[in-house]
Design a protein around this ligand. Structure first.
Ligand code: FES
Length: 322
């Protein structure tokens, strides 16, 4: 259950970006502005068939207070459990669909003096918006985009717009060898106050993280589409939640998440992805005592926050500010 506001939007335009990726432009049904957002934000899309999926907003709106429309890119996954297939097959221009208001767990860091944006395939969507925001403010940044071929490059026109083109490095697997990016070489030396942002398929994320293993954790920011296949986000050892504000304890069984245990005693924590990706279920607490299993909090945030849909206590007890 999510406590966030749900909006009804009209599918204004659907355009084919690549053989596998469609772009959907979503607008207010009566032409009003939509809630604004910062680059890196995503929305939940509630699809026909009861599916709900998170999609990054692929265009920076230019103002955080309102947006004329939202653009998302949806890749049709071969192993789709219904989400991307539903969007590709059942949604048409003019349809009304329900979405959440934008939420941002992948923001640009104000303290960075240079931003290195690494995008793999459809992972380009949040990073394209971030690049547009950085270009608008005259910030120092490099946008590295990895795609199979020119045919598989989504949002190519936006990438090659005059404001972004000077900052773009394009790596095409099937392209000329001279344009390929050597991750090890690129990430070997980190200039002070450079922050790295990564979004893409699991293998790409791992390759970048491995090449940046020596970077400080707080300078590395990731946005996952799905939890890695080897991630355990549901079960573990039993423990107790201590709710500091209510002065009560709540037991969490081995086969339960903290969210489930709290729900059983009448405390509903908003959730969305339930995989540690979106940040909806994050609460304040003793993060030092948590076994963090999320993919959305930074090292600093993990000291005082916990994603309750997946994370557990390291030991017997976890104190939350609830
Ligand atoms: S519900 Fe998405 S991180 Fe917990």
């Amino acid at each position: 259950m999510s406590l966030e506001r749900t909006l009804t939007v009209r599918v204004e335009r659907i355009s084919r970006e690549t053989p596998e990726i469609l772009a959907f432009e979503l607008a207010h049904p009566w032409g009003r502005a939509l809630p604004g957002y910062e680059a890196g934000a995503h929305i939940d899309v509630h699809m026909p068939g009861g599916f709900s999926r998170q999609y990054s907003l692929a265009r920076w709106s230019g103002a955080p207070s309102n947006a004329p429309s939202y653009v998302i890119g949806v890749k049709r996954e071969l192993a789709s459990r219904g989400g991307s297939a539903s969007m590709h097959e059942r949604v048409r221009e003019g349809d009304l669909i329900a979405i959440s208001t934008p939420r941002n767990t992948f923001p640009l860091r104000e303290e960075a003096t240079h931003h290195l944006l690494m995008a793999g395939g459809i992972g380009m969507t949040p990073l394209l918006a971030m690049a547009q925001a950085l270009a608008a403010r005259g910030a120092s940044f490099t946008l590295c985009v990895f795609a199979r071929s020119e045919e598989h490059l989504a949002f190519a026109d936006a990438l090659r717009a005059p404001a972004l083109a000077p900052h773009l490095r394009l790596h095409l697997d099937q392209g000329d060898a001279s344009q390929r990016i050597d991750l090890q070489a690129l990430l070997a030396d980190r200039a002070p106050d450079t922050h790295l942002y990564v979004c893409g398929p699991g293998g790409f994320m791992k390759a970048v993280r491995d090449a940046a293993a020596h970077w400080p954790e707080d300078a590395l920011h990731t946005e996952y589409f799905a939890a890695p296949t080897d991630a355990n986000t549901t079960t573990g050892l039993p423990f107790t939640l201590k709710l500091a504000q209510r002065g009560i304890t709540v037991p969490v069984a081995a086969d339960q998440t903290a969210v489930d245990a709290l729900h059983e005693v009448g405390i509903d924590i908003p959730v969305s992805c339930q995989q540690g990706l979106c940040g909806t279920c994050v609460v304040e607490g003793d993060g030092e005592a948590a076994e963090h299993r999320d993919f959305c909090l930074t090292g600093t945030e993990r000291r005082s926050k916990v994603a309750l849909c997946c994370s557990r206590a390291k030991g017997l007890e976890l104190v939350l500010q609830l």
